[in-house]
Design a binder for this molecule. Sequence first.
Ligand SMILES: *Cc1c(COP(=O)(O)O)cnc(C)c1O
Length: 408
Amino acid sequence: MAKINRDYTKLRSSYLFSDIAKKVAAYQSSNPSADIIRLGIGDVTRPLTPSVIEAMHKAVDEMADEKTFRGYAPDLGYDFLRSAIASHDYRKRGCDIADDEIFVSDGAKSDSGNIQEIFGKDNVVAVCDPVYPVYVDTNVMAGRAGEFAEDAGRWSDVVYMPCLEENGFAPMIPSGDRVPDIIYLCFPNNPTGATIVKSELQKWVDYANEHGSVIIYDAAYEAYISEDDVPHSIYECDGARTCAIELRSFSKNAGFTGVRLGFTVIPKDLKVEGVRLYDLWARRHGTKYNGAPYIIQRAGEAVYSDKGQEEIKGLVKYYMDNAAYILNGLKKAGLCVSGGVNAPYIWVKTPEGLSSWEYFDRLLTVANVVGTPGSGFGPSGEGYLRLTAFGNSERTKEAVDRIAGIVI
Ligand SMILES: *Cc1c(COP(=O)(O)O)cnc(C)c1O
């Protein structure tokens, strides 16, 4: 008789974004004329840029000709893309990363969920709280999270590192005897938009090297960094080659959420119990291929051309102009807001001590604006709401003016 994976049944049946969708649909059906503006979902809205589209058209034509047709892509990615990534994103920034330490994939969501497979089940996992839910969910499915305590909103075996107002929404280095084996860090952070400076990140790298921990560093929002002392990569820190894996994506900078492209960096110096994680991840890619098609890898290569880079700057500027409008508009209205400087996310403290969901309901029903309740990203997100800068700029301005109009 077949058996199921019991750990999958532990995942909670309600999923943040489906709960939101249900509430919005219910409100819209009882208020058909309401003009709802969505500042909730972390998806981009600007189209792919001309360089990317041109590269895709060209690659499609190559597929139509026997002489240039391509079948299965190489497991770890095409050399043209791995080399563009390594030289542009790393060596140009002074990071010592070789072309073949880049593993091309179909996006950072898959990689951030799958990477835990190369670690044993008995590792202690630490996460920023609040954070992108994929890290915890996939460790639940792998049997590393323990049991969920409904009242506390947390898993018994996960180490939560609170990111609170008093620390500028940065986690504290774990103290005490519960040393995490795998530490997920996400900077710039989704959902708070917070970052840490290089000297602070260096402390995490030192901690990991000292304790034999591995840092999984999610830099999906690297392109949004505007401040000089904020690192773009963990490999800007000394010693990161022996303790850190980095995840990147083409989704949030170049708008690839629908075409899918990302990559993971694993330096060959990173060993656990004497085994190179590089070899384990390469084996995984070879057997459970989650690579990207040739056409999409050519599209990714085009992002690194001079013209491609200019276009990407334009996309990021579009969203960051929205972020600035949200940040300034809500500040002026007397709300307590953060983020929005190195990330397309604005983290709003709920007024009058409302809970995340109460404030969500108020914005939906009074302003007809949809945000994302902070409590959906972890227990320390309670009392906050996330707004994203990924919308159309006219609609974003209108949403901000409406929210500002109802403050207290
Ligand atoms: C959006 C997002 C990703 C996923 O990126 P894809 O490449 O589209 O899968 C990964 N990490 C964080 C923190 C994100 O917000």
